[in-house]
Design a protein around this ligand. Sequence first.
Ligand code: TXA
Ligand code: MG
Length: 307
Amino acid sequence: MPIITSEAAIKYLCEGEIVAIPTETVYGLAANATDDKAIAKVYSLKNRPQFNPLIMHVDSIEMVEKWAVISKFTKTLMKEFWYGRETSISFVLELKKNHPLSLLALAGLDTVAVRRPNHPITLNILSQISFPLAAPSANRSNSLSATTVAHVLDGLGESIQVIDGGACSVGLESTILDVTQDKMKILRLGAVTKEDLEPFGEVDHGKYGEAIKAPGMMSRHYAPQRLLKMNVLKKEEGMALLGFGVCERVDLNLSMSSDLNEAAANLFRYLHELDREPFVSIGVTPIPDVGIGMAINDRLRRACSEE
Ligand code: TXA
Ligand code: MG
């Protein structure tokens, strides 16, 4: 049985093994972030391009302070978004010299992305270990992220050890915010939006054309195997139709009541479900481009891209 307890997970993680862990966004493939060998296993299991750095998962600001620079401003944001609102945001910070983190996990950058996963099981594990967990999403590179244990096993095989923390409540990867410059810069959109951040200062969106800081910004990403089309109003021959709100002839509906949070939580699960025969393509009806709807549309655009 690949499903394990938190106690077993702690033991495996301390021994340099990898474990799939639940978070509120998507399942993560976790390893001791200070152990290169363990990190190498993560990359190979994911088939991940080696230049793609991993997010460090921590349970406290104090843990991060040991190896990354946290300005007063960033600390305010962390307190507000991690502890106060308990939302899903990763911060890109400058590394301190002599940090203990695996260079492989950092992919050679002098910055590091950190995040406090808002899931009781994983927070409890983090409170019992002395190292951060590097954890990319628990799926093979370029395929859909996993929001249930079944997806994890489906994508990575039955030999993976996984903790069952139920279906992820947010369902979309965290917002990634670069706070290493004067202006905050969103490198990847998630549940935390530009509007949420603007009261704290100026915010920019990273542009696709720029030097890739977050490979999550690569065009084709998060893709099902079947051709995906956005803003579909009418079902085509062989198409599975994924609806939002009140619509007819849909195969699945992201949210009958037009609730964007519910839609985000269902997105990857439903794309997984429709990515099968007899369907030849997947169509998605229009999703309002507001709030977390922007992140949903961002993921859908990447999944449509052929690059
Ligand atoms: O919600 C999430 O963030 C999930 C869960 C498991 O925590 N994790 C996740 O990890 O989405 P991953 O590895 O699939 O995506 C991490 C993204 C990548 O696009 C990576 O390039 C970017 O974070 N990243 C990591 N370190 C970075 C850095 N120093 N600067 C810029 N981007 C970075
Ligand atoms: Mg991913």
